[in-house]
Design a protein around this ligand. Structure first.
Ligand code: MN
Length: 202
């Protein structure tokens, strides 16, 4: 079964002014589409063809660059679209809010630490909020299209929130102002979806 580029649940212009329509269109229809096509090419006629993307990432040979880059790119962007919404922003509630407060002290402390990890990831990559098996949370960042599910990546846990800090994610609108893009990202986070992922990951 080939992987398919997932549809967005909102229009390309729905996240404006936080993320502009042109960036969303290129990011989804060109970049994510490219990772999806190249992932399918990398698994054709291999045992990976019958695996889920999570199984592929968890069992990944990091030396398999085609699978590492495109499997990561496919998974990372699918998560990214899902945890954003035109009705997003604000703060989480329920168990996730408690876990954030328990781990980081407060929502503002969490936000500062996540923004710092996002801003200081050198070059292309992602920053993540991951849930550990004991329910605690962890912030980390990875290079390129690496993902916390990959073995030995040094960023353990299951990602429930991620921000793409590749320049293609923000350059048209923000140019070199990555910190402004990170602040705008907080206006579109779909905390309901992140809470759902937290409950599944604990
Ligand atoms: Mn991207």
């Amino acid at each position: 079964m080939a992987f398919e580029l997932p549809d967005l649940s909102y229009a390309y212009d729905a996240l404006e002014p936080n993320i502009d329509a042109r960036t969303m269109e290129i990011h989804h229809s060109k970049h994510h589409n490219g990772y999806t096509t190249n992932l399918n090419n990398a698994i054709t006629d291999t045992p990976h063809a019958s695996q889920t993307i999570e199984e592929i990432l968890k069992g990944l040979d990091l030396n398999n660059k085609a699978l590492r880059n495109n499997g990561g790119g496919f998974y990372n962007h699918r998560l990214f679209w899902a945890i954003m919404s035109p009705d997003g922003g604000g703060t989480p509630s329920g168990d996730l809010a408690s876990a954030i407060n328990n781990t980081f002290g407060s929502f503002d402390d969490f936000k500062n630490e996540f923004a710092k990890a996002s801003a200081t990831q050198f070059g292309s990559g992602w920053a993540w909020l991951c849930v550990q098996s004991d329910g605690s949370l962890k912030i980390c960042a990875t290079a390129n299209q690496d993902n916390p599910l990959m073995p030995g990546i040094g960023c353990g846990g299951t990602p429930i929130l991620g921000i793409d800090v590749w320049e293609h994610a923000y350059y048209l609108n923000y140019q070199n102002r990555r910190p402004d893009y990170i602040q705008a990202f907080f206006n579109v986070i779909n905390w309901g979806k992140v809470s759902e992922l937290y409950k599944k990951g604990v």
